[in-house]
Design a binder for this molecule. Structure first.
Ligand SMILES: [Zn+2]
Ligand SMILES: [Zn+2]
Length: 246
């Protein structure tokens, strides 16, 4: 009986969440890039197809595994060592004008950008035919203490919260933790980033064969998501998919 009540309760919450989402999707907003009137927190169709277009452009070859642009016909990062995740989906490349969407969230602290980015990421997953298995769980990359103090929030966690609604996947906020604090990423070169990220994360909850969907805002060299995915695999995750905005 209690099982039935629990099931009805969670089904009711799901229905409520869906109703809330469809209501929000009808509220008039401004496209954050061009200001055109749109329904819901999202870019207008023109801006979205402009900035997401390069992700599907066959003239822009990409690594099928980590989504980085291929400059010499192969992915130097994956060639140097297969990443501990099977796939990475990015909504757009981190360059103007789309990079401003990430700046608005991270520097401008406009939390309303989190659902905009999450929506773009969910549509990128759909375009690329990503199918996540039942029991998948969303795990945001944890922020450092200094950046949490500076911003008062973790951009990856805000995006993951909105993505949980978009993809109907449970959010596991506290699965990953940092073992130590590191210098600001932006101040480090590629090799220093890799060194700083090594063994940086630890999995705090057993993932026993579950599929972990790692969420971050921006992937630059990939050293952060590699270290985080490594921790998830060490924590028992069967596989890791990485979702990044840029
Ligand atoms: Zn627009
Ligand atoms: Zn690659």
């Amino acid at each position: 009986m209690s099982d039935i009540i629990a099931h009805t309760g969670s089904a009711f919450r799901l229905t409520l969440r869906r109703a809330g989402r469809s209501l929000l999707a009808r509220i008039g907003c401004d496209c954050p890039l061009c200001g055109a009137r749109v329904a819901g927190a999202r870019l207008c169709a023109g801006c979205e197809s402009d900035i997401a277009g390069s992700m599907a452009d066959p003239a822009v070859p990409r690594c099928p595994r980590c989504a980085l642009r291929l400059r010499h016909g192969h992915c130097a990062a994956c060639l140097a060592g297969a990443p501990p995740f099977s796939r990475c989906v990015a909504a757009f490349d981190y360059e103007p004008p789309a990079d401003i969407l990430v700046h608005m969230l991270k520097s401008g602290l406009r939390l309303s950008m989190a659902p905009v980015l999450a929506g773009m990421m969910a549509r990128a997953c759909a375009r690329q035919g990503l199918v996540l298995p039942a029991g998948a769980v969303l795990v945001p990359v944890p922020a450092g203490r200094a950046s949490l103090r500076r911003r008062g929030m973790n951009p990856a966690a805000e995006i993951a919260r909105a993505l949980a609604g978009e993809l109907d996947i449970p959010l596991a906020r506290a699965v990953l933790a940092r073992r130590r604090e590191t210098p600001r990423q932006a101040t480090l070169d590629r090799r220093a980033r890799r060194r700083a990220a090594q063994g940086l994360y630890v999995c705090r909850e057993p993932l026993a064969g579950r599929h972990a969907v790692l969420v971050d805002d921006v992937m630059t060299t990939g050293s952060t998501v590699r270290a985080a995915a490594q921790a998830l695999i060490a924590g028992g995750a069967q596989d890791v998919t990485v979702l990044v905005a840029a």
